[in-house]
Design a protein around this ligand. Sequence first.
Ligand code: ADP
Ligand code: ASP
Ligand code: MG
Length: 448
Amino acid sequence: MKFGGTSVGNAAAIQSTAAIVAARRDRTPVVVVSAMSGVTNALFSVANDAVDGRSTAALATVESLRTRHRDELATLAGSTNEMSDVLAEINALFDEVAALAHALAVLGHATPRAIDAIVSAGERLSVRLVVTAYQAAGLPAVAVDARHVLITTDEHNRATPLPDAIEAAGRTILAPLLAGGAIPVIAGFIGATVAGVTSTLGRGGSDYSASLIGAALRADAIEIWTDVDGMLTADPRVVSTARCIEQIRFDEASELASFGAKVLHPSTIAPAVRLGIPVYVLNSARPLGRGTRITTDAPRRAVTAIAGRRGTSVVKLRSSRMLLAHGFLRTIFDVFERHKTSVDVIATSEVEVSLTVDHDDRLDAVLVDLAGLADVSVERGLGIVAIVGAGLSDDTRTLAAALTALGEIHVHMLSLSATTINLTMIVDEDQVPAAMRRLHAAFFPEQS
Ligand code: ADP
Ligand code: ASP
Ligand code: MG
């Protein structure tokens, strides 16, 4: 059972999760928690402020986070002895963060490893609050250090988990606790390298932690508890009429997550699929709701949902020599591979290859290497809109309906393959919300 940032955002929310866990006690749950909402962002700003010489701002943020955690702890525990132990632990963690911020300010530079040391504090703090609340509610909760369980590579800031090591830790650390009747509570998002150095899985990574731990324990189910009723037909912040999807296939959920449905970290599905463990997305504010069930056998529909995201660039490569000469695409993809940059959508013609990448720091280096291979041009400021559905390619009328719905919104690039479950369209970044709303209105007309 994974509870996201808003689900543990304050004492009252944490207490509600205690009731949800209590209702599932006979199913021997393991609880995975995120940092309280906004805390990870604040910790990133502590690191940035420190590196840029704004030490006063960095320390002010640390102190306001300290106050927030202390206040919520007081609500959860009152002024018991236990509370003073936990308070001492929380204070020690904040002292550590302040010392790290000071070190970054002196250096004027932060390594990815130092960033992980700072931003991992959010989950380490919330675990303490959650365990306190559960114990106060009479649950046998035990804090487990994620760094002993979630073993990863040393690619700090987006480390790759090592499933065999995680499975071994599940057997030696978590299974005995469960067998003894305890409820392990463990931080999401963070882990440690084989050498024991704190690492993180990338933003939104707590969902991924939960599915890795669920897979390691061969759990019956992986539950992602969040602030919406489940996976919806679109991001409700963009499309107010979006509705909950009762059942969705693993591959559809995975595509939606990759194309912007932040409700799930894009890697969450993989460990569950490998073992056929169903994943549920549920609303911690409405625990009796049915949520969304993600499995292999959901109904096949032309369109299941719409997703969108900003921050895309299209790279266009032209070369009279290359085109479609064998080996050319491999040469191009070697460049992306070398820079660990993933390509989302690709379209080719006899004289041109267009591909999309996320804007990030690595794009410029990629472009320099590509320039030696072909004429390169880049279009920035774009976004991707994706229509996802297992039955999408059954009927070309779906494609026609999508393009009609977009009306005058300019489509820069489009991709649909014979077996695909998504239709992706590249549009101007500022048109992404409008494109999502139009597509949603076309495929999910409001029922009266
Ligand atoms: P948590 O802190 O619980 O991990 P997130 O903020 O990471 O929560 O994810 C939940 C949010 O994802 C929702 O509040 C919603 O705005 C957004 N979201 C985007 N696309 C979808 C979608 N298709 N279905 C549900 N939520 C979505
Ligand atoms: N707290 C982390 C983040 O905000 C991980 C998570 O919430 O999933 O990115
Ligand atoms: Mg999340």
